[in-house]
Design a protein around this ligand. Structure first.
Ligand code: IYR
Length: 232
């Protein structure tokens, strides 16, 4: 595995491109405008998507920083209709239990504006499902178990890049987290140390797709500059 604990990486020169202030802002504004057009989509077209687009997106996700460079992720791609069906049935079983019994009233209230329910037809309609697994620990060739570091943060960052990459290619995703997700280990034959992190249906949006008319928080609601405090 890349970055095994005994490898010492030699230091090599690094000269990232440095832009003028104007070009810096131009690129930033352009990227913001681009990313601000991304929406989570629940209505997909079954139109085919080139396999290489998915491969590229996974390679882009794999550029994410990770704790001790352990790259604690596996991206399982599903386009087989039978596997998709099994995943839909497994997810709907959990989701039905969630919406009808497990979810506290407060959670259901928070979800109500989105209009979601236990039915997940997009799991069969979207061209691909990408199931991202987080490595909770590593198993060495001799069978010994080793810790992974900041795997949740690392995989979260990788998924952010994955979503951005797919969006850049004009593909839509839904960040779907059926809960609990262990059923995915069984269907996809993943080992116990790989924990399902998120399930992303990927594809083109349906021509008649709609999204909730939601607003994003403004900069001054999320950013704080140079504000000291007691630390308590
Ligand atoms: N996992 C359920 C419920 C759900 C939870 C959150 I938090 C959402 O932002 C959306 C849905 C579902 O997928 O329906």
């Amino acid at each position: 595995m890349g970055g095994s604990p005994m490898t010492v990486f030699p230091q090599v020169p690094f000269h990232p491109i440095r832009h003028s202030p104007e070009e810096t802002l131009r690129r930033g504004r352009e990227f913001y405008d681009h990313m601000n057009r991304r929406r989570s989509v629940r209505f997909f077209s079954p139109d085919p998507v080139p396999r290489e687009a998915i491969e590229l997106a996974i390679q882009i996700a794999g550029t994410a920083p990770s704790g001790a460079h352990q790259q604690p992720w596996t991206f399982v791609v599903v386009d087989d209709p039978e596997l998709k069906r099994q995943i839909r049935l497994g997810a709907e079983e959990e989701e039905r239990e969630f919406y009808e019994h497990r979810a506290p009233a407060e959670w259901l209230e928070a979800l109500a504006p989105l209009g979601t329910d236990w039915r997940k037809p997009f799991l069969e309609i979207a061209s691909y499902l990408i199931v991202v697994f987080r490595h909770a620990y590593r198993v060495a060739p001799d069978g010994a178990h080793h810790k992974t570091y900041y795997s949740t943060e690392s995989v979260g960052i990788a998924v952010g890049l994955l979503i951005a990459a797919l969006h850049t290619m004009g593909l839509c995703t839904l960040t779907h987290t059926p809960s609990p997700m262990e059923f995915l280990n069984g269907i996809l034959g993943r080992p116990e140390w790989e924990r399902p992190f998120v399930l992303l249906p990927v594809g083109y949006a349906a021509p008649d797709a709609t999204v909730p008319d939601l607003k994003r928080k403004a900069l001054d609601e999320v950013a704080v500059w140079n504000k000291g405090g007691s630390g308590r």
